[in-house]
Design a binder for this molecule. Structure first.
Ligand code: ZN
Length: 389
């Protein structure tokens, strides 16, 4: 049995306490949360803030070998072009980079990951990992109806090759509103169960909304550059997320990723149709690619459930949830610390359906205990995080 106290502990009521102690068994299972004064002997006192293990709800682990290879600040379309043309590499280089990236996540206190996969590259590492993974096999056919079935079959073959570790999950997901045909949406929908999580990239760049409002802009040129004409596409006159809503299942947990340009109206409309909605924010990746951030006030105003993602090492300087919280706090410091911690822990666990064991200090869970050191009042600026158990 272990007993931990700390200067402060973030508990499952969503608040930070300074008078509590956590009791765990040798494996880190929470046996109890009690008053510090009742903890008795053999208590380990830690300096800093204790929080449950972090949940990284958006990553592309298979792109880890491209760290530092793609320019910052170019915007999403040049970024995608760069990824497509430079993602090839030797098997050993890819596997080494995946292992290193995983270690980085483990060492900084991440306990679970929502990971996008287009290929099988990460499956070897995932089969024996200490992290709990939700693998999203991501499908796109550039909105070509005639390619929908063939594209689905190609990704279903990737899906079928995974050897799922205990506690991990997998689903087939659409890439983004601008890259999936109706046929492909339908096949994805039919392949998944109601209790799956569906992740989809959303409203990351102005040309995405422009395409749906007017039928013109950067994505039309982007598709044309590799010979795809958007023949059957009709602009809806509404923002891009509206086009995705009829294709998503209200019974699923739906996880929208990035949401840089998402408005309050978009959030309300989505949450009306899809009650089980989560919004993953990837602040550092947004700065890396587009040099802009979402307006988090829109999400606070609508009681939206935000989660935190690192995105990949192709579009970030590190895979570290604490660094994401620091960036949000630096640029939009009105977001309370307790709210940021909620996004980083229990909301992420719920989004992935991993809140049975992760996300909060609740009796019976094994959430991991992470120590944030170096805080000054509620500022994360000079902090580091490490796993205690
Ligand atoms: Zn992504």
């Amino acid at each position: 049995m272990n007993k931990f106290t700390a200067d402060r502990i973030f508990l499952s009521d969503g608040r930070i306490h300074n008078d509590k102690a956590i009791i765990t068994d040798a494996n880190g299972r929470i046996l109890d949360v009690i008053d510090k004064s009742d903890a008795g002997e053999a208590v380990q006192h830690l300096h800093g803030l204790l929080v449950p293990g972090f949940i990284n709800t958006h990553c592309h682990l298979e792109l880890s070998h491209m760290k530092g290879k793609v320019n910052t600040g170019t915007g999403l379309i040049p970024f995608i072009e760069s990824v497509v043309t430079t993602r090839g590499a030797g098997e050993e280089e890819i596997q080494n980079a995946i292992e290193q990236a995983e270690d980085e996540m483990l060492n900084s206190g991440i306990v679970a990951v929502g990971d996008i996969s287009n290929q099988v590259d990460t499956f070897r590492v995932k089969s024996t990992s200490k992290l709990r993974y939700y693998t999203f096999i991501e499908c796109f056919d550039f909105m070509q109806e005639e390619k929908g079935q063939e594209t689905f079959d190609q990704y279903k073959a990737v899906f079928d090759q995974i050897n799922l570790a205990e506690g991990s999950k997998i689903s087939l997901v659409p890439h983004a509103p601008y890259s999936v045909s109706d046929t492909l949406y339908k096949l994805i929908h039919e392949a998944n169960a109601d209790d799956d999580t569906i992740s989809i990239h959303n409203q990351e760049t102005p040309p995405e909304n422009e395409l749906f409002f007017t039928g013109s802009g950067g994505f039309v040129d982007f598709y044309r550059s590799f010979g795809v004409e958007l023949k059957g596409f009709t602009p809806t006159g509404r923002s891009s997320i509206h086009s995705a809503l009829p294709h998503l299942n209200p019974k699923n947990r739906n996880l929208f990723v990035h949401n840089t340009l998402t408005t309050e109206e978009d959030i309300r409309a989505t949450q009306n149709v899809l009650p089980n909605t989560f919004w993953a924010t990837c602040a550092n990746a947004n700065l890396y690619i587009e040099n802009r951030l979402p307006n988090y006030q829109n999400f606070l105003n609508t009681n939206a459930k935000l989660t935190i993602g690192t995105d990949s090492l192709t579009s970030n300087w590190q895979l570290n949830v604490l660094e994401e919280m620091k960036t949000i706090q630096k640029f939009q410091s009105y977001v309370p610390l307790e709210t940021l911690l909620t996004w980083a822990t229990i909301n992420g666990a719920e989004a992935l359906g991993f809140d049975d064991t992760l996300g909060s200090f609740v009796k019976g869970k094994t959430p991991g205990i992470v120590l944030i050191e170096g805080m000054s009042a509620n500022s994360l600026k000079n902090t580091t995080s490490k796993r205690i158990i």
